[in-house]
Design a protein around this ligand. Sequence first.
Ligand code: ZN
Ligand code: ZN
Length: 118
Amino acid sequence: MMKVQMLRWSALCGWLALVAILCSGCNQATSDKTTEATNTNKEVDDHSGWWCAEHGVPEEVCSLCNAKAAAEFREKGDWCEEHNRAKSQCFICDPSRAEKFTKLYEAKFGEKPPERSD
Ligand SMILES: [Zn+2]
Ligand SMILES: [Zn+2]
């Protein structure tokens, strides 16, 4: 009798463990989404979600960070082979190109963009 009960218990425990694993899986996914949303909001607040501070252009069109944008620039023939970025974003070849993007930033936030790190 005791043995049968023990077996039932272990079966129940195993099942509960499985349910717990599955549930924590769902919870994880949900909380990940929440964290992501919070992060995005925070990024928008400090401008860094939109702006690629490292390369001095909007992240959306950053040919160094955004593979999709890079592909589009390459397709258009707007590409600097030497520095492996969009020619229109190659401030190494022509520093004055940065101005256009700086103005974009200033128009949006009314302040100078952060110093580029490259
Ligand atoms: Zn970038
Ligand atoms: Zn270049």
